[in-house]
Ligand binder design. Sequence first.
Ligand SMILES: Cc1cc2nc3c(=O)[nH]c(=O)nc-3n(C[C@H](O)[C@H](O)[C@H](O)COP(=O)(O)OP(=O)(O)OC[C@H]3O[C@@H](n4cnc5c(N)ncnc54)[C@H](O)[C@@H]3O)c2cc1C
Length: 205
Amino acid sequence: SIFCGLFNTPFSSGIHVGKKIDKLGMRSSDTHQITFEDVRVPSKNLIGEEGKGFTYQMLQFQEERLWAVATVLTPLETLIRETIDYTRERKVFGQPVLHNQTVHFRLAELATEVELLRSLLRRAVALYVEGNDVTKFASMAKLKAGRLAREVTDTCLQFWGGMGFTSEVLVSRLYRDFRLLSIGGGTDETMLYIICKHMEILPSK
Ligand SMILES: Cc1cc2nc3c(=O)[nH]c(=O)nc-3n(C[C@H](O)[C@H](O)[C@H](O)COP(=O)(O)OP(=O)(O)OC[C@H]3O[C@@H](n4cnc5c(N)ncnc54)[C@H](O)[C@@H]3O)c2cc1C
């Protein structure tokens, strides 16, 4: 996305955009393979200091990961609420699906987890605003958000039954779209590596 402003400019020669790649989710955002061949960028277009790109990227990851966590909280809450409404309405063998303890207990548990994630996010953001390095907390929150999003969407989809498998409802879209959260912006494994590093439990080389 950082390169989008370069297209159709005098210095866009050498940038080749390959065919659009179909994806499991996030379909409203196009993905293409892009190759760069002897691309020249005028010095006036340089952002920051030359050779510092990787450092800038690592620093901005704190914000990107906190943002990623913030973006899933409301959709997850909405999904839990929609699932409550649907399962209250949907009757199987004469009683609402929601009346099964395995269903309402599970929804309560997921709502609790979402609240815990919100608390961790707030703590990390408060520390960040005070000027602290929150790499560890941002990584923990991102790891938890990816895993929780998968748990909530998968569980809710199950409670929606066959309807949940259709493209007519929110749950199937979030099930597909939120799968990216454990991959994009650094994978779950990368988050675990960073957390281990901060805990000083990585084996020495
Ligand atoms: C839809 C989409 C949008 C994206 N948007 C952007 C974007 O805007 N900007 C951007 O910079 N990137 C973007 N990405 C890229 C994304 O950040 C990477 O896909 C992600 O960081 C994983 O890198 P990779 O795909 O190269 O996986 P790989 O490096 O090939 O890793 C494959 C798997 O192996 C695991 N793995 C690797 N090493 C180890 C290890 N030592 N121990 C245990 N497990 C390991 C990884 O965690 C991963 O699960 C996007 C990706 C997608 C799918």
